[in-house]
Design a binder for this molecule. Sequence first.
Ligand code: AMP
Ligand code: ZN
Length: 115
Amino acid sequence: MSDTCVFCKIISKEVKATIVYRDEQVTAFRDTHPVAPTHILLVPNKHIDSVGALDAEDEQLIGHIFTVARRLAEEEGIANGGYRMITNTGSEAGQTVFHLHVHLIGGQRMRYPMG
Ligand code: AMP
Ligand code: ZN
C-alpha cells in the first residue's frame, strides 16, 4: 500500500470506483475516462509500480490478472468480438498512474496501428 497511490486507495475503498470484480489478489474497476464501451482496469491488490518492478515471484499474479480479464471480457459480452489489453510502462509509454494496471478495452472496432 502506498499512501499517495490512487489505485491503492481504490483497493482500500478510500477512493470510490465502480468495482466490477475483486478477490484476494486482484481488483478490477471501470476507468473514469473510458475510450471504448468497455474500459476496465485490472490491478494487483499489492502495490507494484509497473512492469519494470516485477519479480519472478509475481508471475502467478500476472497470469491470474489475465484469466480474470478473460472472464470479465466474457461477462461484458466482448469476448466474441475481440478486445485489447494494454499495460503502459513508464512515462514515454503514457503511464500516468504508477500502480501496475492492465487496461481491458472493447466493444468497438479498435484503431490500428498502435504507437
Ligand atoms: P495509464 O495512462 O496507462 O497509467 O492509465 C491510467 C488510467 O487510469 C487512465 O485511463 C485514467 O483514466 C484512469 N484513472 C485515473 N484515476 C482513476 C480513478 N480514480 N478511477 C478510475 N480510473 C482512473
Ligand atoms: Zn498503489
